[in-house]
Structures are given as C-alpha cells and as structure tokens.
Design a protein around this ligand. Structure first.
Ligand SMILES: Nc1ncnc2c1ncn2[C@@H]1O[C@H](COP(=O)(O)OP(=O)(O)OP(=O)(O)O)[C@@H](O)[C@H]1O
Ligand SMILES: [Mg+2]
Length: 271
C-alpha cells in the first residue's frame, strides 16, 4: 500500500475556536490507482488534500506513506515525500510563481529533481512535458498571468509531473475550465496512470467528472466520508440521499457551470 489514511482529522483555528474541517476519514491508495474525492463545497476536500501535501498538519488519526507515519517524518523523509507527492491546486494561477515564465518554472523543478540532466536532455524533457500536457512550446516564454485558465492548469500539471511524482493530488483541476478543456485534462490524468503508473487523488465536487477516471471514490460530506468504494458501484448504487443528490445535480457539466456563473452574478447584483 502506497498511502494509508486512518481516522485523519484536520482542524483550523478561528480566533479562540477550533474548527474541525476533516473529522476522521480513512482510505488507502495503491500504486497506479486513481481515487476520486467528491462532495459539496465546504465539505473538506481541499483541507484534506492540503494536509496530504503537508501544507496543513493532521490534528488526529494517521497517514502512512509506504508504511511510515507522515507526522513522524524526519526532515529528509519530508523532503523526499514532498518530491514524491505533488499537488495541483484548485486555483492554478495562484499556485504558479507570477514572476517566473513557464520555462523557468519547469527548469527550476528539473534542476532540483533531475540535476544530472544536461542542457539538451533538459530541453527534451521539457518538450515531453509540454507534449503530455498538450501545451504549445510558445507558452514557455509566457508568464502565468499571460496564460488562459486551461493553459495555466496544464502548466501547473506539467510542473508537478516534472518532479516525477508517485502520487499526484489534483484539487478541482478542471472545475474552472470549459468542457472541452476539462475532457483533455481528464484524459491526461487517465493517461498518466496508464503510462507512468502514477497514483492520482482527484478532488472534485462533481461526480460526473470523476466517473470515467477513478477506480475508487469517496463521497465527502461535512468533514466525513459518507460512502466510499469502487466508482462503478458508488455511481450505480448510491447508498445515501446525499450521494444521489450529487449525482442528480451534475449529469451535465455545462449546466452546472452555468448555474455557478448565474449564482455569482446574482451575488454581485445583490446590494
Ligand atoms: N483557512 C481556513 N480557516 C478556517 N476555516 C477554513 C479555512 N479553510 C477552509 N476552512 C473551512 O473548512 C471547511 C472545508 O473547506 P474546504 O476548502 O476544505 O472545502 P472544499 O470541500 O474544498 O470546498 P470547495 O468545493 O468549495 O473547494 C469549510 O467550512 C471552510 O469554511
Ligand atoms: Mg476546495
């Protein structure tokens, strides 16, 4: 087992109060497996992802990576884990260094993870990364703010892949993108698993998005997993009303996106 999470909790401090956003979740992830974590907004998906990426501490339970508790990692183990477990964030624009062109961002990662590569090899590795994320080489000379949302998301994938991770955690990698770009990114995720044997944790509030990509799925609600199991099963026979409502809400990605835009517009219009 690559990753084994048992009763994991993550809490935020809000002034004097402590708010537990993840209240005890368990799952395991094998090499080459894709796990979908779905659930409504605010259910704790990003919080869990961030804790797995060591950006937030677990406040309870345990997470074992290759049998070692990640909270008990030595400094060297933490560094190795940070290389092996890469994260693509919900907001790709915010996660790319704004002062670095795409080329520099990729070179930086390669110089850390593949210091043995010469200039030529590095260039061909960068070409490969662009190819597998479907980016044109022209983006290399662009800054993140000069990229479209889809390009930026792909660049962020390319940077994560440059580190040759064992696990890729992708937090809502497609929700802000239009449907055709979503499909390409999801194909990319599938391809990564098949070609490179990478394990993927795909976070989304949209069950339709993970339907074709994930082996297993966990349905998150208010900091807990309401149900989990093989994706086929959960989708075919949802056991809870909550999962059924998620399923019913998103057969049509475009409609969901439209609804979100309308909601945002309505919020703006409110005095
Ligand atoms: N920095 C923070 N401090 C305090 N509370 C937070 C913080 N970040 C998130 N929360 C709270 O934790 C809960 C879970 O948030 P989280 O971002 O993990 O949800 P999510 O499932 O990723 O939602 P979305 O689908 O909207 O991205 C929410 O109630 C949120 O308000
Ligand atoms: Mg989130």
């Amino acid at each position: 087992m690559l990753l084994e999470v048992r009763g994991a909790k993550v809490a935020y401090r809000r002034g004097r109060k402590v708010f537990e956003a993840v209240r005890g979740v368990s799952f395991s992830l094998d090499k080459g497996q894709t796990l979908g974590i779905v659930g409504e907004s605010g259910s704790g998906k990003s919080t869990l992802s961030k804790a797995l990426a060591l950006l937030l501490p677990f406040s309870g339970g345990s997470a074992l990576y290759e049998g070692r508790d990640i909270s008990a990692f030595t400094r060297a183990e933490r560094a190795r884990y940070r290389r092996s477990v890469q994260m693509v964030f919900q907001d790709a624009t915010g996660s790319m260094n704004p002062r670095m062109k795409v080329r520099a961002a990729l070179e930086e990662v390669l110089s850390v993870h593949r210091p043995e590569l010469g200039r030529k090899e590095r260039a061909s590795r960068i070409a490969e990364l662009l190819d597998s994320t479907g980016l044109a080489s022209s983006v290399l000379e662009q800054y993140p703010r000069e990229l479209s949302g889809g390009q930026c998301q792909r660049a962020s994938f390319a940077r994560a892949l440059a580190a040759e991770p064992s696990v890729l955690i992708a937090d809502e990698p497609v929700s802000a993108l239009d449907v055709s770009v979503q499909a390409r990114i999801l194909n990319l995720v599938r391809d990564l698993r098949e070609r490179l044997g990478i394990s993927v944790i795909l976070v989304s509030h949209d069950l339709a998005v993970v339907r074709n990509v994930c082996d297993n799925v966990c349905v998150m609600h208010a900091g807990l997993f309401e149900e989990s199991g093989p994706a086929e099963e959960v989708f075919a026979h949802p056991r809870t009303e909550y999962t059924r409502s998620l399923l019913a809400a998103v057969p049509d990605v475009a409609r969901a996106l439209r609804a979100r835009r309308e909601e945002a517009a309505a919020r703006e219009a409110r005095p």
